[in-house]
Design a protein around this ligand. Sequence first.
Ligand code: ADP
Ligand code: MG
Length: 682
Amino acid sequence: MDLHEVSVKEVLGVGAQKAKDLQELGIRSVADLLEYYPFRYEDYRIRDLSLVKDGEKITLQGTIYGEPSVQMFGRNKSRLACKVMVDRFFVTAVWFNRHFLKDKLQPRQEIVLTGKWDQRRKQLTVSDSEFPGAKDAQSGTLQPVYSIGGTIAQKWLRRVIRQALEQYGMLVEEILPEELVRKREWMARRKAVWLMHRPQDARDGQEARNRLVYEELFLFQLKLHAFRFLTRSRADGLAQQIDSEAVRAFARSLPFQLTPSQKQVIAEILHDLRRPASMNRLLQGDVGSGKTVVAAVALFASVKAGYQGALMVPTEILAEQHLRSLEALFAPYGIQLALLTGGLGDRQRRDVLASVQMGLVDIVIGTHALIQEDVIFRSLGLIVVDEQHRFGVNQRAILRRKGMHPDVLTMTATPIPRTLAITAFGDMDISTLKELPKGRKPIKTYWIKHQMMDRVIGFFRKEIASGRQAYVICPLIEESDKLDVQNAIDVHLQLSQALPELRIGLLHGRMSAAEKDRVMSDFLANRVQVLVSTTVIEVGVNVPNSTVMLIYDADRFGLSQLHQLRGRVGRGEHQSYCLLMADPKTETGVERMKVMTETNDGFEIARRDLELRGPGDLFGIKQSGLPDFRLADMTHDFHILEMARDDAAELVARQDFWTARQYLPLRQYLQREQIFNGERLD
Ligand code: ADP
Ligand code: MG
């Protein structure tokens, strides 16, 4: 039985309404339910009183001794107290506002109590109590804690998952090939799933988790390697006919000399475009290293070969900016560009779509939707993805299913350490821009305190008097977009009052695309000298005349993000400055400020960033572009990741993987993930 096909409604106690509520958590099938793992456990194991410390949350077992007493106070507040004998000690158990329990507490009765221990008073403030042998007893166990939401309660979910285990636990099938289970000495999948929800002790739970982390990472790696294997062996990509002479002429027409790295990387890309296998290349380069122009040359080459190009960026601001800079470069060559973003009206949008389909547009620039929606290209040859890594193997597989086999170039300024990159983007070839264009002066970074604002204002005046411009990034409030915006408005007002002779612009996420675009054009043309912004500015913005970056509450930002923000200056010939305003309250905050003032090297910063980040900082992981995993944590499970990568690569390379019966479940998995269409490969 495939538990993916069995609805949760088959589980005793799950009705139609609850099934709907479970869907909100992404749970539809019994398999989903069983794979809904807890993120931690609550310890209800019974403790030895002589070993517990003051203030701990503990579970004790004892015998009720004497009569319980109730005190009422205030309006409907109560305190129920009762003496309990635990081992040879007397303990006072105290319940607040649960006086109705009084009648249940019979002398000489056994009872299990969970709560917070007060060593001096020998008193337990009870949060949970139960009598031994009760149904669903939690005493003596580790209880799973699930992430819940909506109308789903923790206790209900525990019960339902326990019920699902009773009904279907034995039907959980192995998914890993037997030889790998043996080689790595993993427990059976069935057992691992069981123990995740009902571990006997912490070691059990850890072993089960490791096995499932391996499985998750193995399947991910299998996807990457299978996709790579299939696209290479089919060699059904485009073999683009590159006109080297025209490309060279275009490169010569640029307003500057390409750096040696840029030349090298362009050669690698052109080589890929020519080959009949689809390109899948990651271009890493520190902020300001000149990735855009590399993309421009690649797009030019592809268009000259008779194909269309697409440039995908994460924000509309960036789309507009790329449109402007590419238009300047391509104008003499009659290359047609179009913008496709959410900001377009229906009419305009239809026009653009039609032109793309008819092949009247050579290059489309837009946000992520560019590929997913029903945009039809006449002959898509190259996709460039800028400043984000979310264009994963699944999206490429979707394109291929639509019959498009374009070459793909992904560009990133958030370098992740090489070992991690190889593993996380295991299916990609990697190119690196190793140096910045000549003549760049290293950005000077200073850590300043809030009370130095007067001097900062003076510094702004001086820089702007000599023709330069400045960015101001507002305090970040992670939980609230609304407060972020309010902060930006406040800072904008303060600066406008302090610098009445200057034009101060404001940019935040609640503004319309048109408003944002106007502010950005004003800033680019130096009609606005200071740009106050929330972090919407973060990625990719290029205004070479700006030389000052002031960041409020800098300690609250992650290192990679700070480096990205700093990278908005130092993009031209002028000396640039980054001012980090921070009074850090945490050690991590202090450390971040130190790292930023010590180095300008993006790779070094990425390394320190990973070091500083504690476990479970999912926000940070997301930012680094690594995929989201249910269980695996890249910073901690790295050795499992390497194991999984080696095993997956080895397996995919074997002939019999694609034919032998015992690998059928894995091939079916690849089919479900749309990597593989089930054809036989011999
Ligand atoms: P990033 O890699 O951060 O995307 P950009 O592509 O925006 O960087 O380039 C940053 C700036 O450097 C731009 O103003 C660009 O015109 C300029 N630039 C790029 N390549 C060179 C070069 N070889 N020599 C001088 N300036 C360059
Ligand atoms: Mg860029």
